[in-house]
Unconditional design. Sequence first.
Length: 214
Amino acid sequence: MALLIGASLLATACGGQQAEAERADEGTAIAQPDAGADAGGAFAAQAPSAQDFAQRQAVSDMFEIESSKIALKKVKSGPTRDFAEMMIADHTKSSADLRKAIADSGKSLDLPAKVDATRQSQLEILNRLNGREFEQEYLNLQMAGHRETLDLLKSYAGSGDTAELRQFAQATIPAVQKHHDWLETNAPGTSPMRATPEATGGRPGAAGSDAPAP
C-alpha cells in the first residue's frame, strides 16, 4: 500500500512539473515576436509574384494617368487640377521606372496594354460627371487607388522575389505616400480642399497653384 501511495504522489508531482513547463513554454511563445513581423510589430502582407506585382503596378499607373487626363479636361483651375498634373508626371515616371526595372532584372514579364474592366468602368463614370461631382468621384477613386498601391509596393519592397523590382518598389513608395498624404488632407470626406500639392509636398511649380479652391 505504501508503495502504491508513493507512486501516486510521484506521478502527481511529475504531472505538475510538466504542466508548469508547458505553461512556461506557452508564455515564452507569446513573448517572442513572430519572425514575420516588422520592426513595429505589424505583419507585412505576403508579396505577390514578380509577374503579378508588375501587372498590378502597371494597371495602377495607367489608371492614375488616364483618370488625371480626364481631370485636366474637366477642371480648369485649383488644387484638383494641380493634383492631376502631378499624377500624370509622377505616374508616367513610375511607368518608365517599372519597365527599366523589368529590363534590368532580365525577366520576361508581360505588362497589360490597358486597364482592367473595373477601372475601365470607373473611367467611363468619370467621363460622364462634371463639376463638383466629378472632383469628388475623381479624388475618392484616387484615395482608394493609392491605398491599394501603397499596400502593394510595401509588400513587394519587403519580401519580393526579384531584387530589381524590390528596389523599384522601395524607390516608388515615397512618391505614392506623398500623393496619399495630400489626398487625406484634401479629398472629400476628410477636410476642405484648401492646399495645393505644392503646399503639401507635391510637385513644385504646378500650374495654377495659386488658384483658389473651387
